[in-house]
Write a protein that binds this ligand. Sequence first.
Ligand code: T5A
Ligand code: NA
Length: 211
Amino acid sequence: MGGRGALIVLEGLDRSGKSTQVIRLVEKLVSMGKKASKMNFPDRTTTVGGLINEYLQSGKDLDDAVIHLLFSANRWEATRSIRDRLSSGETLIVDRYAYSGVAFSAAKGTLDIEWCKGPDRGLPAPDCVIYLDVSSDVAKQRGGYGEERYEKEEFQKKVRTCFEALMSQEPAMWRRVDANKTMDEVTEEIEGIATKIVDQVTDKPIGSLWT
Ligand code: T5A
Ligand code: NA
């Protein structure tokens, strides 16, 4: 017993099933007697998050660099809480993080990946990123697709290419899960990965992202 909690991030294209799986994973860890909670980015409840929400709902137009920096600021707002909670032994399961930040901004073609990584350098580093790999055909059949700014097939293909580039830069950090499978199959695979990570990190210092 004792030691810090794990920072586990779920990433993937829109409709890959991240929010569904984050909730299930937290429930599983809690049922195993672990202290665990979920977080999500963007956090639309803060002042910065409100601007992001307006932008995503296509109401507000912002320069590509400006919205990129707002998404990053929205993570920096949470860093003290993330560090404190991990240190107190709580595991955090996070629905999107800086990888979505880079992949969605770089996919626009106006900003390169290295520039996009800049503002998120120094955030608490995840212990593992679980990538829910969904095909475009499957994603677009799932509920709600097409309502927000980025939910267009051509754009999602570019986002996928950016995620692949980020994965190839840090292969040891990422675990790829086939998210075309049923919810229960995906849940089982994620639980296997996450429960091991939780047990492995207790004595490790919290890392610093991309530094
Ligand atoms: N963004 C985000 C940036 O540009 N920069 C950033 O820095 C960040 C953090 C909003 C947008 O912001 C962009 C990326 C996004 O375009 P969001 O609020 O996380 O980000 O997006 P949401 O619209 O809330 O969520 P997603 O579209 O990403 O969906 P999820 O969470 O991947 O999928 P989920 O779990 O809600 O499932 C979608 C549907 O599919 C079903 C579910 O029941 C649901 O109906 N489903 C399955 N059906 C069959 N089989 C399965 N295995 C299924 N899993 C889920
Ligand atoms: Na979601």
